[in-house]
Ligand binder design. Structure first.
Ligand SMILES: CC(C)(COP(=O)(O)OP(=O)(O)OC[C@H]1O[C@@H](n2cnc3c(N)ncnc32)[C@H](O)[C@@H]1OP(=O)(O)O)[C@@H](O)C(=O)NCCC(=O)NCCS
Length: 176
């Protein structure tokens, strides 16, 4: 099982935050898609979501769920409407996918930062640019879900105006 926490940002008193200028956050270029899938594979290899924590599931296949999802975020507008990528000295170091759920609501759906590039504020920059994109798209609020144990995501997001909204448990039951 796992527990997913939904965080929400209502754009209350919205003033865009800033991040270091050496980080380049930009819209996905189709050439970046294999790199996005690779970062997803690296980022979610040791994840503690409900697929990886089920001992009956192959952990390699559990990781492939995320790389395949990341790839679909890049090519299928039903999965994601916008993908941001981070580049440092021209090298792809992370991605952030966003879906518009309705005229009022957008959702951050999948993100990863290359393991060697963490704790430099790249995820924080994605949240800032993601909020800017959602604000410009005209929605009134943004959702972001993450595992209850993913305190990094929760801390970065709450510092940027998100609050905890609700949470869900997902259980696996094998009927045999
Ligand atoms: C979660 C994840 C996206 C965070 O990416 P990141 O780029 O390392 O995140 P940030 O650098 O913005 O913030 C991470 C931490 O570094 C700190 N930090 C930011 N800039 C920093 C800097 N220049 N120096 C030192 N620390 C810094 C942040 O305050 C934060 O600290 P905290 O964990 O104590 O709150 C990344 O660890 C990852 O890809 N994990 C696996 C996949 C995943 O969990 N995806 C999100 C699913 S919703």
């Amino acid at each position: 099982m796992d527990t997913l926490v939904y965080l929400r940002n209502d754009f209350e008193d919205y003033i865009p935050a800033t991040y270091p200028s050496e980080l380049s956050i930009q819209a996905l270029d189709p050439e970046d898609i294999p790199g996005v899938a690779k970062i997803a594979k690296e980022s979610f290899a040791a994840y503690k979501g409900h697929y990886h924590t089920d001992p009956r599931l192959d952990p390699v296949k559990a990781t492939e769920v995320y790389s395949s999802w990341a790839e679909r975020c890049c090519v299928d507008p039903a999965v994601a409407n916008h993908v941001l990528v981070a580049k440092l000295d021209g090298k792809l170091v992370g991605f952030r996918a966003i879906r518009v759920n309705s005229s009022d609501e957008a959702e951050f759906i999948l993100a990863g930062v290359a393991p060697g590039m963490r704790r430099r504020g790249i995820y924080r920059a994605f949240v800032i640019e993601g909020l800017n994109w959602c604000k410009a798209a005209g929605v009134t609020h943004v959702l972001n879900s993450t595992l209850l144990i993913n305190t990094t995501v929760q801390k970065v997001c709450t510092k940027l105006g998100f609050y905890a909204l609700e949470s869900y448990h997902t259980f696996h039951k094998w009927f045999d």
